[in-house]
Each structure stands twice: as C-alpha cells, then as structure tokens.
Design a binder for this molecule. Structure first.
Ligand code: MG
Length: 395
C-alpha cells in the first residue's frame, strides 16, 4: 500500500475530442425583460458538449448577446457550429480554444450578428474544453485560470419597468440581501427614467448602490443632460450611455459629468478594451465572456484593467446556469473587493437548467464545489425547455 498514491497515473488532460454535440434551449424570462434596446419574453441558448475519447463531457453555452437573436439566432448558432464542429474532432482539449479562435475568426468580419454569434460560440467551446479539462484533472475551472474560489458579491438586475414596479423589485432584492442594484433605463423617456430612479432610491434608502444601464440609447448631448438629471440619485456608475463604437463620444460624456462611466458594448475584445483606456472613455470596464469571445480573452481584459487600476465587472449575457457558472469561475480571477459582479441573472429566468440552481444567497454567489464548472444539468428542465434545434458530429 505504501507509496501507491504516488504511483497512480495523473489523469490525462490532453485527452482527445471524439464528439461535438449541441442542443438549443428556450427558457422564458420570469417577467418580460425590457431594456432601451427592446424587450424579450425568453432567452435562447445553445448548449455545447465536447465528449472525449475517454468518456469525459465538457459543457459550454452560447447565448447570443442581447435580445435580437431569438429563434433565428439560435438556428444561426447551430448552423455555425455544425459547419466548424469537424475541426475539433480528434483535437486534444487543450487545443480547442486556439482552434475555436482561428476557426470562428473569419466569420467575425462578415456581419455584426455573425461576429456576435462567432464570439458566443467561441466562449461556449472554450468553456466546454476547460470544463472537461477540469474534470480530467479533478480541479475547478477557476483554478485552471489561476484563481481561488471565494464568495462573490453580485448585483440584482432590474429591467426597465414602471416606477412602482421597479421600486417593488428593488425593495424585494434588498430584502433578499443585495447591496447593489442595476437598473435598465428606458433611454427614450427622460421623465420616466427620473421617476424610476426617484421611486427606487426612496424604496431602498441611501446606502444601497445603484448603477444604471442606458444600453447605448443616447447621443452625447442627450447623455450629458440625462446624467446631470440622474446624478442626484447617487449612482455608482452609468453604463454605456452612447453607442459602443463612439469612444470619443463616450470620453466626452465622461469628461462632462461627475458620475463614473462604465463601458460595456464598447468592450468587444482585448483590443477594444485598450482603445477604451487610450481614449480615457471609461471609469469601469464591463467584461462579458460571450461578447469578447471567451474566458482567455476576458482574463486578459481583467488583467489589463488591474494594471491600469480600473475596476472590472464580470457580467453574464443572461445565459442559463452553464454560461453563468463559467463567468462565475472567471470572476474569481478578478480583483477581490471590487464592484459587485453582474452574475445574479439566473433569477430572471424560469429555470437556469441546473440540478442545483446557481442563485445568489444574501447578494453573494458561491462557486459550486467539484471539478470543472462544478455543475450538472437538470434533465427534466432540459426536456421542458428544449427546442427542435440540435445535432452532433462524431469522429
Ligand atoms: Mg450593459
């Protein structure tokens, strides 16, 4: 018996991909989700599995960013994956992220929707490979990113609602233990936005942090005027007041107001994040793994923000529990004690598809124990929310 453990063979992390499988899901929001960009009744997402030759399965998720995609977006994601899936067969897990990046890059130049889909899919494939590698090594995904699991403060997310509804949801979130709330603004109706902030601030009191997201709704002039009106509600920050591509405009808004400005849609890659910093366009960087194309790219943005002394906020793209868990592991690599992360979004969906839902307790999210993502799917939920979109490619 003596010394037996040391002679045990290490689990193989370089195990080869034998099958790529995908399954489209449609999960309704608990209440219609409204932002300045539109509204949605459900979230569509593609669950992506990499099966290895030695029987390990890694899961990832691609939910197209924002609400535009819908059922057609889901079919687009599936078609894109069907096209590139053969490239991953026979590959060692460790090579999946680089091949995903190379394979899904040409699409990135076609159209904006395609670029969003390609990046979301890269995130899914990368998550699946890290998840499987974590399982093979018996280590949590966070550890593969060089991070230690710890409880993470998260904000509650409230869609653009009527003032009384927003106030009710805000009070409910605070009663559940949230200390930070994010409100989606109407954007097009300044009086309504003031009324929402007024109702929410008086409902939650002065100490709860309030951040707002305009989702690119304003021109530079409108943004400066609106933020001047909203600043009396002591905002933690205003997210993406103007178009993501308008870095000079964003910088101009930032110079003209006293409320901190966060860049979200402007951060589509590490290169974009560098440009945002170069333009002095933001006080806070929002990092979405689906938007930037994966965990590795996100990690680089977190490191860049840290170097420059800017807070970074890891947020979801309203994925179900698979994508959320991946972003939660990623957030462990961020600097502790920063602003709350935007990962409480599982609460918005009817189901997060997990056997053990990944939901915050008292405003904190905890990384599930166990190797890889540490989560398992709920088969009953998969049957309930499944769509006719699905397929597989095997060696
Ligand atoms: Mg945003």
């Amino acid at each position: 018996m003596h010394g037996e453990a040391s002679h045990k063979r290490a689990p193989q992390a370089s195990t080869l991909v034998a099958k790529v499988e995908w399954r489209g899901m449609r999960v309704p929001f608990r209440r219609r989700y409204v932002t300045a960009q539109g509204q949605a009744a459900a979230r569509y997402s593609l669950l992506v599995s990499l099966h290895t030759q030695d029987g390990i399965t890694g899961l990832g998720e691609a939910a197209e960013i924002e609400t535009a995609g819908g059922a057609a977006g889901l079919r687009g994601l599936a078609a894109l994956l069907r096209e590139c899936a053969p490239r991953f067969l026979g590959l060692p897990l460790a090579e999946v992220p680089a091949v995903a990046r190379a394979t899904l890059a040409p699409v990135a130049s076609a159209t904006l929707e395609n670029e969003a889909a390609a990046k979301a899919l890269r995130f899914a494939l990368e998550t699946a490979s890290y998840n499987a590698t974590g399982k093979a090594l018996g280590r949590p995904l966070a550890a593969l990113l060089g991070a230690e699991p710890r409880p993470l403060a998260v904000n509650a997310l409230i869609g653009s609602e009527s003032p009384p509804e927003a106030a009710r949801l805000a009070a409910e979130a605070v009663a559940q233990g949230f200390r930070s709330l994010k409100l989606k603004l109407a954007g097009h109706d300044r009086d309504l936005d003031v009324a929402i902030l007024e109702a929410v601030r008086s409902a939650v009191g002065p100490t709860v942090k309030l951040r707002v997201d305009a989702n690119q709704a304003w021109s530079v002039g409108e943004a400066i005027e609106a933020i001047a009106l909203l600043q009396r509600f002591q905002l933690e920050y205003v997210e993406q007041p103007v178009a993501g591509a308008d870095l000079l405009g964003l910088a101009q808004v930032r110079r003209s107001v006293s409320v901190p400005i966060a860049a979200d849609e402007a951060v589509g890659s590490l290169a974009d994040a560098r440009l945002v910093l170069q333009a002095a366009a933001a006080d806070v960087l929002v990092v979405k793994a689906a938007r930037v194309g994966g965990l590795v790219e996100s990690l680089a943005i977190l490191r860049l923000a840290e170097e420059r002394g800017l807070p970074a906020v890891v947020t979801s793209s309203l994925e179900t529990g698979i994508g959320l868990a991946a972003s939660l592991h990623l957030a462990m690599a961020g600097r502790p004690g920063g602003p709350a992360s935007g990962l409480a979004t599982g609460l918005l969906l009817e189901s997060d598809l997990l056997a053990q839902p990944l939901l915050p307790v008292a405003g904190l999210l905890t990384v599930p124990r166990g190797p890889g993502l540490g989560v398992a799917l709920d088969e009953a939920a998969l049957a309930r929310y499944g769509t006719d979109v699905g397929g597989a490619v095997a060696a």
